[in-house]
Design a protein around this ligand. Sequence first.
Ligand SMILES: *Cc1c(COP(=O)(O)O)cnc(C)c1O
Length: 242
Amino acid sequence: MTDRSAEIAANLADVRARIDAACAKAGRDPADVRLLAVTKTFPVQDAATLVDLGVLDLAENREQEAGPKAEAMADLRPGAAVRWHMVGRLQRNKARSVLRWATQIQSVDSDRLVDALAKATTAALAAGERTAPLEVLLQASVDGDPERGGCPLEGLPALAERVIRSSDLRLRGIMAVAPLGMEPSAAFERLAGVAGSLRAEFPSAVELSCGMSNDLEQAIDYGSTCVRVGTALLGGRGLASP
Ligand SMILES: *Cc1c(COP(=O)(O)O)cnc(C)c1O
């Protein structure tokens, strides 16, 4: 084992221990909280190390970086059942390319993006570029600030309805980042409420993706089913990186 893989293994053990402790505190089963490793800005070798350690859910936030990384992974670990998740802002003209590698897109926040993804998925399925429908999480904006992406909370039911109407998209739930300048717990409490009412209306919307390196405990306390962790697994990304 290289020094770097030993470091990643130790970080992973820490993160798993934090998830287990948060679940114990919240009276939840750790099997109900998926760990999504955010590998953005890190080399594919680091992502492959995570795969070797059993982390098969990987996330990226830029199509330009993720596409080549997913391809490199297919060469490095052929046959590994890796699921790539898109968690960053997506331009509509990138819809077709993101479908080549993404199992799931967690950052769907507008009607126009839903329509572009629906059309691109249908085309990709017809062309044999993918075999599975696209899993979609709606990105919720807790504070409604349009600058940071996400759909305002009151817009989520209509957006969910639009996803449901497309035969090649599968609505899976919602994703959010705690807004700057707001207590993460307060944000997660509101999200838990929204996730609950969405689930009541759309039974397939089971996922609540929230919690990152700094606030995963609070997120698990409020019912997160998917924590997205970058820094605590792979280290800091430096100031210039997204
Ligand atoms: C980068 C990123 C993360 C991971 O953040 P860390 O603080 O490094 O754990 C989670 N979610 C999204 C949407 C991200 O862009």
